[in-house]
Design a protein around this ligand. Structure first.
Ligand code: HEC
Length: 218
């Protein structure tokens, strides 16, 4: 099990690094005073690649790890494939992390890796109705973007500056695509305490995936 998780993590980081490299290369080629005409990739497209990888890995983890702990090849199996389950308190129960927790763990590893490389690339899950405080919209940019995405249900993309560094940021809606999303969040003790009046419905925006790509100004 640990191996599977490790593999998914390693692959995610690898693919993100690749997407970011493509982005940087594209920017380096399109700006940088080069006289050669080159086919570049815009940050709008690069950020879509990163989002595709992040979403794909969360879905694959849910489908092929979390769900297989309950159901094996379509048949209910009381003890699952291995006697473990995906629970929020996985560190205490010896289970495996929920997909949202897995996502956050990945984003923490990516932030560390990016930091070591000095590339300042980050991503995170955020929500107006967050269970975990680390998912609250913090900057003015995140608050504004989250409000817009809650309303439109569409991705929001914009340049922003943080500490003198230019970023291209995108917030993609994270919608209630399964009944389990709605049920688990609406009945979660933290949700009930913090947002007693908020009842998620199917298809609704529950939060968003924010991706910040550092951009070198040409
Ligand atoms: C079994 C319960 C459970 C299910 C099912 C579930 N979530 Fe969550 N979700 C959580 C918990 C717990 C957190 C906080 C995780 C953490 O501590 O990082 C969370 C975090 C999130 C966040 C970040 C904001 C926050 O609340 O901290 C979003 C957005 C989110 N989930 C969306 C979804 C969507 C969309 C689905 C369905 C595809 C889903 N969740 C399914 C329990 C669940």
């Amino acid at each position: 099990m640990n191996n599977t998780i490790q593999r998914i993590k390693t692959r995610t980081i690898g693919l993100i690094a690749l997407a970011v490299t493509i982005c940087f290369t594209a920017i380096a080629c399109s700006g940088g005073g080069s006289t050669q005409a080159t086919a570049g990739i815009s940050p709008e497209v690069a950020v879509d690649y990163v989002h595709t990888v992040l979403l794909a890995d969360r879905t694959a983890y849910t489908k092929h790890v979390v769900n297989r702990l309950k159901t094996l090849e379509g048949k209910e199996k009381p003890d699952g494939v291995v006697p473990a389950e995906a629970t929020e308190g996985w560190t205490e129960t010896g289970g495996v992390p929920l997909p949202a927790q897995m996502f956050r763990l990945g984003s923490e590893v990516a932030a560390e890796t990016a930091d070591e490389k000095g590339i300042g690339f980050t991503y995170n899950l955020i929500s107006t109705w967050n269970i975990n405080d680390s998912h609250s919209p913090k900057s003015e940019f995140e608050k504004k973007a989250m409000e817009i995405v809650n309303e439109t249900g569409e991705p929001y993309k914009e340049y922003q500056e943080i500490g003198g560094q230019q970023y291209f940021s995108a917030l993609y809606p994270d919608k209630a695509v399964a009944e389990a999303c709605v049920t688990c969040h609406n009945t979660h003790p933290v949700h009930l305490e913090r947002y007693p009046d908020k009842k998620f419905e199917m298809g609704e925006v529950m939060g968003g995936i924010i991706i910040n790509l550092p951009i070198d100004e040409a």
